[in-house]
Write a new protein. Structure first.
Length: 249
């Protein structure tokens, strides 16, 4: 009886949050950078052809709720100067998780929650953190916002928090020439990513202005298992739009 009632309440609250989000005008999302440009445009111009099941939707929702809780705690403790700062250029729109000021220097802070297996896999150096899309998202906010209270924004910071044990890992994303270098909290360089955030944003603005959908970037959905498919199952709300229902497994 309790389990059924709890399940019903969770579903209702998740749906209410989703309806509030989708009821607004659509914009390109900075979080779509470093991923599939076709999907980024389809999210603005078309309705999804595939629906996530309730379990998948709850996974997304739990991550958001957890991140909001941590951000609120950081704000209450005075670590964050501001939270949920809206940034928009007419094409892209998003909300910076927080602004931190250290020694008078402001930075964008992006907080990401992950499960413990992914977290510790990354800590060993095999997990690819910080992820490309998170690096570009943090830098897109930095480039769009430019300054905070009259001070130029310095290199952004990405923090990952394990949802299972609240362990935290921090990366500062420094631009050096044509690359971003991610330094962990000990000052070790962990990853290098092409510093092409502005170029990606300009391409997406062009597609949107022309109302043009980018071509499918892969020969088959298996060629990029994370974007199109994951563990043998479609991993995109536009999977059928691109590949057809016959390819769904």
């Amino acid at each position: 009886m309790i389990a059924e009632a709890t399940d019903r309440v969770i579903t209702a609250h998740r749906q209410a949050r989703e309806e509030e989000r989708t009821g607004k005008k659509r914009y390109l999302r900075p979080s779509s950078l470093g991923q599939c440009e076709r999907k980024a445009i389809l999210e603005v111009l078309e309705e999804p052809t595939d629906e996530w099941d309730e379990r998948q939707l709850r996974v997304f929702s739990v991550g958001s709720v957890f991140e909001e809780w941590v951000i609120r705690a950081l704000k209450e403790d005075g670590i964050l100067t501001a939270t949920q700062v809206e940034v928009s250029d007419g094409f892209f729109k998003g909300y910076v998780d927080g602004i931190i000021v250290v020694d008078g220097v402001p930075r964008v802070l992006e907080l990401k929650s992950v499960h413990s297996k992914a977290f510790w896999w990354a800590k060993k150096g095999d997990g690819g953190m910080p992820y490309d899309s998170h690096i570009h998202q943090a830098w897109a906010y930095t480039l769009m916002l430019k300054e905070w209270e009259g001070e130029a924004l310095a290199a952004p910071v990405i923090c990952y928090v394990s949802k299972d044990d609240l362990t935290i890992s921090e990366y500062t994303i420094v631009r050096q020439g044509d690359v971003y270098i991610a330094y962990d909290e000990l000052g070790n360089a962990r990853r290098e990513v092409m510093a092409d955030t502005e170029e990606q944003m300009e391409r997406l603005r062009g597609f949107l202005e022309r109302k043009e959908i980018p071509p499918i970037p892969f020969g088959s959905p298996d060629e990029h298992s994370y974007l199109c498919m994951r563990r043998g199952r479609p991993n995109c709300p536009f999977y059928t739009r691109c590949w057809g229902a016959t390819l769904c497994r």
